[in-house]
Design a protein around this ligand. Structure first.
Ligand code: GLU
Length: 583
């Protein structure tokens, strides 16, 4: 299914990725950038287990998560321990310097909770945060340094979740990450490759990140033993004092200093921003697809909404009648995705700052009308957002740069976590504090506050959370949990998750086969088909329908768990280096 050409294409796309000024690109082109390199393809066998399962992006993290579950921890306990380990071993993707969305299924209460640990803009930020000389700067300029750093939210969210749904002591959940930070971990091929590729322009420039990732001026190599004593020390304090050490203690001071005195683009994050940060419990966003209920994260994520809209727009087309990944099915998928992205781009943002008309956009009558725009034999071109009765809002030009991680966990009681966690671009802002990286999540805002004279909903405002595409998802049937999944991948996350759901719910593949399926994305522009796979052969056929086709790396990182009569099945994306383990 996969051919060697995928790696050559990857290199070309990486080079072209950073060679263009932002102003020359359209909105969809900008969102379509993803500098994350594929670093290998490793087939995984489906993992099955009777009681509990973990799937995450790194073997160390999955093993630690499993050991917490075996010690009698809940899925929430395991999530804390996994995030601590990922901060160390997958620093390019997530960490305590970033943010996350967490779905928690409480089996006893039969209730789904959604916990928002998304980064927030500093109170001093305004809609011109990314302006210089009266103009929005390029994305490239915006990423690196203190200016792009939002208040990290993941630790506060995990602490709140663990207080509500954990069983083990908070302190114990950091033990393994502390030991690994002190003794050292083996640098993975993926981490080494991303350092070597120098994909984040700040990494080789800003200290102390430079010395950490390029010791003696040489990039970290796969197989190196890497210690991180500074991080071990922070974990010890966080374990003892809780998140207040991070938000109000010594560490808060260090974070603020690093941001405000960054050699590149100093930022405005202040001690009071950290102190005032609150994780938020929000209402889950659920809708039907066939006889399943699909639940995800509402605003400030656009993920739950857009995944649901894609599925519901496709409901009348009965995709089960087509073979998995057949050309017709993928054409229909691309069209639904265009329509859903058009609405997402125009209407979705932090709902604490703007009213997001979710109910109207998910109404059956509205969806039926939108669905009628999909033709079996023609591409619909660039979709326009649906008109609904609301003040005029324009879509904003924001970028999502994929480097993120998804964790799926089910414990022996049947509680579950679906958590997507991110520092945004690979290696975030590259501002490093005491062994961990700070995010650049503020670049997920629209850089321009207005477009065509209209205010953009996703503009920067003080304390606002930037729009996200992260789509942690859970699937239910007759009220019972059947699936847990999510992925990194910037805006393409939405397509990765929606396609995997269709592969499960329509094509009835095993969860591993669903993840393995060659990927297609369309963010309301070109249709991207995964290079080196059999669906790349649809290019001519799709072009005849009017698609603009791009054959490229599609670097999903799906981690999922599915229920069967025998127990749980766990799966990890062969495009990254994660694994699933259960017992
Ligand atoms: N910053 C992106 C978002 O929140 C995630 C980036 C990624 O997935 O890799 O949507």
């Amino acid at each position: 299914m996969f051919k060697l050409t995928r790696f050559c294409i990857l290199f070309v796309s990486l080079v072209s990725l950073f060679s263009q000024p932002i102003s020359a690109e359209s909105f969809t082109q900008r969102e379509a950038r993803d500098p994350e390199a594929a670093t290998g393809f490793q087939a995984h066998a489906l993992v099955t287990a009777k009681q509990a399962m973990v799937s995450s992006a790194n073997p160390y993290a999955t093993k630690v998560g499993l050991s917490v579950l075996k010690q009698g921890g809940t899925a929430m306990d395991a999530a804390v321990a996994i995030q601590a380990v990922l901060t160390l071993v997958e620093p390019q993707s997530s960490g305590i310097g970033g943010g996350a969305f967490i779905l928690y299924w409480d089996q006893k209460a039969q209730k789904l909770f959604t916990l928002d640990g998304r980064e927030a803009a500093p109170s001093a930020a305004n809609e011109h945060l990314f302006f210089e000389n009266g103009k929005p700067i390029s994305w490239h300029q915006a990423v690196v340094g203190g200016r792009s750093v939002g208040v990290p939210g993941v630790l506060a969210a995990l602490e709140l979740g663990q207080q509500k749904w954990g069983k083990l002591s908070w302190q114990s959940l950091f033990e393994q990450a502390i030991e690994l930070s002190e003794q050292g971990f083996i640098v993975s091929p993926r981490l080494a490759k991303l350092v070597e590729l120098n994909i984040n322009p700040g990494l080789a420039k800003l200290e102390p990140a430079k010395s950490y990732f390029y010791p003696a001026n040489q990039p970290l190599k796969a197989g190196d033993l890497k210690r991180n004593p500074a991080l071990a020390e922070q974990f010890k304090q966080i374990a003892k004092q809780g998140s207040q050490y991070f938000y109000q203690g010594d560490l808060a001071q260090k974070i603020v200093k690093a941001v405000q005195t960054s050699d590149i683009a100093p930022g405005q994050l202040s001690q009071s921003d950290l102190k005032n940060y609150q994780p938020k419990l929000r209402a889950p966003l659920c809708g039907d697809y066939h006889d399943y209920q699909v639940c995800g994260f509402g605003p400030p994520s656009s993920g739950g909404f857009t995944v649901l809209q894609i599925l519901q727009l496709l409901e009348p087309f009965k995709l089960a009648q087509y073979p998995a990944n057949s050309a017709t099915a993928l054409h229909l998928f691309s069209q639904a995705s265009k329509l859903a992205f058009a609405d997402r781009n125009r209407y979705l943002a932090d709902s604490d700052f703007t009213s997001v008309p979710l109910n109207q956009l998910l109404k059956p009558d509205y969806l039926n009308k939108r669905s009628e725009l999909i033709q079996l034999n023609t591409d619909l071109g660039v979709a326009k957002a649906g008109e609904i009765r609301q003040t005029k809002i324009d879509e904003g030009a924001s970028l999502t740069q994929p480097n993120t991680s998804h964790i799926s966990i089910v414990d022996k009681w049947g509680n579950a976590v679906s958590m997507t966690t991110s520092i945004e671009m690979a290696f975030g802002s590259t501002v490093m504090v005491e062994g961990f990286l700070l995010n650049n999540q503020l670049t997920d805002f629209s850089f321009s506050p207005k477009q065509n004279g209209q205010l953009v909903v996703n503009r920067v405002e003080p304390n606002k959370r930037p729009r996200s595409s992260m789509s942690p998802t859970m699937v239910f049937k007759n009220g019972q949990l059947v699936g847990v999944l999510g992925s990194p991948g910037g805006s393409r996350i939405i397509n990765y998750v929606a396609q995997t759901l269709i592969a499960k719910l329509d094509w009835q593949l095993t969860i591993q086969a669903a993840i393995d399926l060659p990927k297609i994305t369309n963010l309301n522009g070109e249709t991207s088909l995964e290079a080196g796979t059999n669906i790349a052969e649809y290019q001519t056929q799709f072009e005849k329908l009017g698609h603009k086709v791009n054959i490229r790396e599609l670097n999903s990182g799906l981690h999922a768990i599915w229920k069967t009569q025998q127990g749980w099945q766990g799966a990890a994306d062969p495009r990254r280096e994660g694994i699933a383990l259960g017992y």
